[in-house]
Write a protein that binds this ligand. Sequence first.
Ligand code: 8DG
Ligand code: MG
Ligand code: MG
Length: 146
Amino acid sequence: AETAVPVPRVAVVVYILKGKSVLMGRRLSSAGDSGHFTFALPGGHLEFGESFEECAVREVKEETGLDIEKTEFLTVTNVPFLNDPKPSHYVTISMRAVLSDPSQVPQNLEPNKCSGWDWYDWDHLPNPLFWPMEKMVRSGFNPFPV
Ligand code: 8DG
Ligand code: MG
Ligand code: MG
């Protein structure tokens, strides 16, 4: 439900790491939502009472059908979308994880929100990236363990 006074919301996004690749899909946004047709990570809104890890596992399962493990906190970013038709503001928690079963294949379970999931090599990321991710990548952020 929309509230009269806009407030920042908490989002959790997940870098699922497979070799040197991450899972991404093109956003299909309804009118006013951000990043239409840009490549983004699986993720969504933190629900009441959830840990970041629980939210990551749930959103990945809902959106891709994949089961993840070794879910770890990476960083937090402040992401205002003030110039959008429907302005929003997210505090975005970035997590990383790996597949519980490396042979499991992603399914596009929310085809109204995503054009399909695929693995992209970190050194050859697709274009255009969803701008919060573009900003992180440009700043030198890397989700892989050192
Ligand atoms: P939900 O109803 O499942 O909780 O929400 P959703 O439909 O899955 O939300 P979303 O737009 O996928 O994610 C919520 C917000 O998270 C999004 O509007 C902006 C912020 N966000 C980032 N970076 C990324 C990203 O790479 N991927 C996704 N999906 N969201 C991101 O700041
Ligand atoms: Mg979601
Ligand atoms: Mg989502």
